[in-house]
Design a protein around this ligand. Structure first.
Ligand code: IMP
Ligand code: MG
Length: 184
């Protein structure tokens, strides 16, 4: 899999060190609050597992599964929720976890949907945030790393469901994406 990468962006040790900082910040911010973490599957699985084990607070965990991609690297704009019922979050403080903030479509749709379940508050935590103009405005409250507008894989992030199990994050070679540079 490493041969498919143009370069490695974040090694595992770098990621885990940053997660320690994020976890400390989150633990401090939520120390007296009823926290429910909502992880967005599948991309946030590995990030969630490593982050939550560094947060020594009582919390509840739920997962949401959405689809917004049709196989390639571009978001369709349309976000499909794969489950019928939303988690019971009434009066709870929600922290949404996702792998990456790109166009903003996915997190904006999830935030809007969860708001209908009447939580006390909603915050967003992403491992990666791309520096770009977003199609929809989303403020992430906690960001692991800011990156350029390149397609990355590993540590949960996929390209056509591959590479999620790479323990680090790297930029996928452009030839493999099958689109010219500046594909978006
Ligand atoms: P958005 O709706 O465009 O913000 O995209 C969010 C979703 O697209 C993420 O949860 C990822 O699943 C996927 N995505 C966006 N950029 C990348 C990338 O560079 N690598 C892998 N997946 C990505
Ligand atoms: Mg994906």
């Amino acid at each position: 899999m490493e041969a498919d990468l143009d370069r490695i962006l974040f090694h595992e040790t770098t990621i885990l060190r940053r997660l320690g900082e994020l976890a400390a910040q989150i633990s401090n911010d939520y120390r007296d609050l009823e926290l429910t973490v909502i992880a967005v599957l599948n991309g946030s699985l590995i990030f969630m597992a490593d982050l939550l084990r560094r947060i020594p607070l009582p919390l509840k965990l739920d997962c949401l599964s959405v689809a917004s991609y049709h196989g390639k690297t571009e978001t369709s704009g349309e976000v499909i929720f794969k489950q019928v019922a939303l988690p019971d979050v009434m009066d709870r403080h929600i922290l949404i976890l996702d792998d990456i903030l790109d166009s903003g479509h996915t997190l904006a749709a999830i935030r809007d949907k969860l708001e209908t379940a009447k939580p006390r508050s909603i915050r967003i935590c992403v491992l990666l945030s791309k520096k770009k103009r977003r199609a929809r405005h989303v403020d992430a409250d906690y960001i692991g790393f800011e990156i350029e507008d390149e397609f990355v894989v590993g540590y949960g992030l996929d390209f056509m469901e591959q590479y999620r199990n790479l323990p680090y994050i790297g930029v996928l070679r452009k030839e493999l994406i099958g689109e010219p540079a500046g594909y978006r």
